[in-house]
Design a protein around this ligand. Sequence first.
Ligand SMILES: [Zn+2]
Ligand SMILES: [Zn+2]
Length: 364
Amino acid sequence: MGTEDAFAELGLASSASEREVKAAWRRLASQWHPDRNGSADAVARMQRINQAFEEIRRAGFQAAAKERGADSGAAAAASAAGTGCASDEHDGDPAAFRDDADTARQRRPIHRKVKLTLEEAAAGCIKVLRGKVIETCRTCAGAGHQVLGGHCIQCGGSGAVPKRSFFGWPTGLVECEACLGGGIARQPCAACRSTGKAAPRSYQIKVRIPHGVRHGDLLHVDGRRLRPERLPGDLEIRVELLDHAFFELDDDGTLRCEIPVDGFAWIAGRQLQVPTLTGLQSLQLSRGRLSYCLKGEGFPSERGGARGDQWVTVAPVFPEQLSTDQQILLDQLCATTSGAGGATDDRLQAWQRGLRAWERGLRG
Ligand SMILES: [Zn+2]
Ligand SMILES: [Zn+2]
């Protein structure tokens, strides 16, 4: 029996809500239950009613929800026809039903975090993720029970049992708990102990991280395309960039680092080994210059984009205490630029002339 036929069997439009379906089933069950109805086709009719109900339940009442979402007029018409109650708790919320569908439950994303070094994020990398997933029980397809086919023993297939007052008088019908109103015999699923979920499964998968990802980026990976094993849902991977010992990262991909250098080596214009994201590089120090740009050695400006620049700022360091040798050498060095004959540099000579003139002026 298809879902369309099932709705027809219960005398409902396919846009009927869960509550409308249950109400229609309850009404028909009390009319056709073999205990109450002596006609020859009562048993067969009751079976069809139960089959229809089970079919719609199995579809997760999804068809109804979808229909309602597409055409709320149909739902209004169904309500007006007097089949049930307009205040269905799921009304106007198709998402609640979609969640009930097996496929949607399987595709629910698996949230993971990956922590990357700046080097890994800049170049892109492959990360191995390990974890556990809980999948739907295959034996019962997540229902937690297996339908046996015959009549439910508790209610004789009607899906309803008499409700009794405090004094034991029958006061109407309530849904049979053994078959949840379906009227069809069912047994708890032994494979999953009625939870509908399989035992947790360990997984180990490889994920390719594109180059240039930033802290907080969300990467979406189709669970069916994962290797070496698939996952029941897609992966939502949140990127975390680890702090770097040397580098600071700007939004535009510029990478900055500050390096202490030997002040004498800086004056002497020596070569300096500086760290970049791809390894050490030589930098020619220049006397008097503190900032240096390494073109294209920064971080990608955007995901998948070209790399920005790296800026190196050097901080020359001089000894706090000079050794005797160092003091002698420095004295010799000073003598070459500002010895007894005065300063040799034009700028220094000009300054010294100005200073002397100013001093004479003070004395009048
Ligand atoms: Zn199961
Ligand atoms: Zn029952």
